[in-house]
Write a protein that binds this ligand. Sequence first.
Ligand code: FES
Length: 527
Amino acid sequence: MKHFSIIFKPDGRQISIHSGATIVEAAGQAGIILNTVCGGKGTCKKCLVYLEPDAREVLACQYRIESDLVVTIPAGSRFFEQRILTEGIDTGSRIQCDIYEKYARTDSAPPIFGLAVDLGTTTVVARLIDMAGGQCRATEAALNPQTRFGDDVISRIAYAQSDKEFTELHETIIDCINDLAAKLCKKAAVGTNHIFEICVAGNTTMNHIFLGLPITQLGQAPYQAYSLDARDVPPGELGLKINPAGNIHTVENIAGFVGADTTAVALATDIESAEEMTLIVDIGTNGEIVFGTKDKLYAASCAAGPALEGARITCGSRACDGAIEAVVINEDDIDLDVIGNVPPHSICGSGLIDAVAVMLELGVIDRTGRFAEPKTLGDKLPPAILARFFEQDDQPAFRLAGAADNPVLLSQKDIRQMQLAKGAIRAGIKLLQQKIGLEDSDVKRILLAGAFGNYIRRQSALRIGLLPAVDAERIRFVGNAAAAGAQMILLSQQCRDQARELARKIEYVEIAHESDFQMVFADSMLF
Ligand code: FES
């Protein structure tokens, strides 16, 4: 299958994508989330973009890519920027960058920067933000270095038995953020003393470790937070190397297992004003689910594990250069989209969901997740696909890319990890649905958020049974909404007030203790 190069302006980002993909998908690969209010049906006209050389207007959701393109995306067609960018859009959706004022009044030399941090269990994403205008100057991501002490929140809590180990966890994350801040400042050619404000949104355990608050109680029933409140702390108190006159703001948590990151997601996606029943799924190591409308909001959490962020998967990685982020079937084989202009060497979350959907479609695995015997598929599959079967450590495996001696593969074990992750998320959604009495058909809109890849194909997410059975056009991918929310809270007092209200308003539902949890979970692991 042919691939084409797409350049996005004014971002200056370039990606390569398979022929037939839409501009919405291509933009997603470039990390730009477009406004797709009608779910890509071509009716809302919110995804308008311009094609060079003659600025021809096209709808990004309808335009199928059959050549190299240069695409300009106006601010109004972007999902988050609509709420974040402060220039050139109608004042109704403007965010007032009033946090800036408190520093601008002092005699500090401009420019004044801030850092919006999405502090995940597996991945930490930091954005350098111009506090005066709200624009993002640079983004950096890193593996949360606490991963070496355990890859989920429970194992981190178990690790922090004594003060010494707790301090080790705390200092590790402070070092990581200092490191990201230094890298971002280098990219933007400014000193770290120009950073005055940091806003951190993470799950409750990450929030507590970051602030140095006790976490033992989070590891045992009833899993209570030590504090749900937002905090403002001087940087020196936490050892953060930014301007000492600055401030560190952490966002309100909702409950022991639904943290400030969910508050940030709820804010960025504006679920507070949802007229229709909306489901937000934020996929991370700790998956969070928010359900509701402007009248009533519920949240729950599920222990998805880090598979969709690439951990515990043989060739898994986060979304970085060389990661396979999409897999499609062509006439006689499969085809891949890879991030960056480099050969594939790993697979990230969105690629994983695609790959499993494709393997199901081809019959490589069945709905229990078990690999088929290649000889039973002999006459059903093209030779190029049959040649991808092999064995590794006595386990059946499927080669996605790479040479036979160094393949990018998915093994039986990887499929099992993926089933655990998707089973946990789907079970969480089902149990919350049961609790509030909702059928799949009552779900009018699904917003899929996460930092695990740039774009999830809706058909693939439905094919593997990650989500309630709804029409594909009801699903929208909203990218890293936690980072977007952290950015809004970083900039604006009004958003801080709104976040506080939201955290208070969202009702936490404990689903792990439901009597049929095990049964629903086992059922949800099936594809
Ligand atoms: Fe493209 Fe609605 S017209 S998303």
